[in-house]
Design a protein around this ligand. Structure first.
Ligand code: AMP
Length: 249
């Protein structure tokens, strides 16, 4: 059983984003980039399924510039078997990524496609849902537990009211939530071995996919600076402030 995992190269979660002076986007020059944290969870889940003898091959896919090779190599060092880069200089958006992933699924015929629930740069939370719709495959988003068997996958989903359990027929799409697992670190020997694993590069033209953006960013601004907090002497002073100054009670 083949498992395909989508991994996105994003600004590292520890890096502070800087808005470009002209407000056209985030300045990514000299900023540390990493694998999207939810995609690390997706890779871990796929590798664990392989180690349990349930999956037979784990294939990674990234859509973006040549620089995305670094996150694919990281995923290979974590235990994936091979990787595919759909190389483009276009700044891809969820719909374009979903179309590219659909084309890769048609080529690779995986039983399961695992994505992160959202990318921490655009916070779109759209790609998994879109690719499932384009493929006509069942989907379970925000997974906190996955039990895979020969022809079904039972997924526990984190929803507003609690947990929801769904059984999906395969092939299916899953998006990972934070509590699904704890990703491992890559060991030095595995980082060295990953350099020899196959990393195939394809173009959007080879896949006959239109990656052109459909959304236009009008402007990007820093969030409003927050005023500092105030220490009050007691509960009465707090209530007076809320009632008389802030007028919220
Ligand atoms: P989003 O819909 O942008 O919040 O992204 C959700 C998930 O889709 C991510 O966690 C990735 O698994 C996948 N994804 C989004 N963009 C890309 C990309 N450029 N390459 C590979 N996977 C992606």
């Amino acid at each position: 059983m083949k498992v395909l995992v989508a991994v996105k190269r994003v600004i590292d979660y520890n890096a502070k984003p800087r808005v470009k002076p002209d407000g056209s986007g985030i300045d990514l020059s000299n900023v540390k980039m990493s694998m999207n944290p939810f995609d690390e969870i997706a890779v871990e889940e796929a590798v664990a399924l392989k180690e349990a003898g349930i999956a037979s091959e784990v294939v990674l896919v990234s859509i973006g510039t040549q620089a995305c090779q670094d996150v694919l190599r990281t995923g290979l060092a974590l235990g994936a078997d091979r990787a595919i880069l759909v190389q483009t200089d276009i700044q891809v958006q969820p719909l374009g990524v979903a179309k590219a992933l659909k084309a890769i699924c048609e080529r690779e015929q995986p039983s399961l496609l695992i994505l992160g629930k959202q990318a921490i740069d655009d916070d779109a939370c759209q790609t998994g849902q879109a690719v499932a719709a384009l493929l006509g495959w069942p989907q379970a988003t925000f997974a906190s537990n996955v039990e895979l068997s020969a022809d079904t996958v039972v997924v526990t989903r984190e929803v507003d009211g609690g947990l929801e359990i769904r059984a999906l027929s395969l092939p299916a799409v899953i998006t990972t939530d934070l509590r699904l697992n704890t990703p491992r670190y890559a060991s030095l020997p595995n980082i060295m071995k990953a350099k020899k694993k196959t990393l195939e590069t394809l173009s959007a033209t080879e896949l006959s996919v239109d990656l052109a953006p459909r959304l236009k960013t009008v402007s990007v601004r820093e969030p409003m600076a927050r005023a500092g907090g105030v220490l009050v002497a007691d509960v009465k002073a707090l209530i007076d402030k809320l009632r008389l100054e802030a007028k919220v009670i």
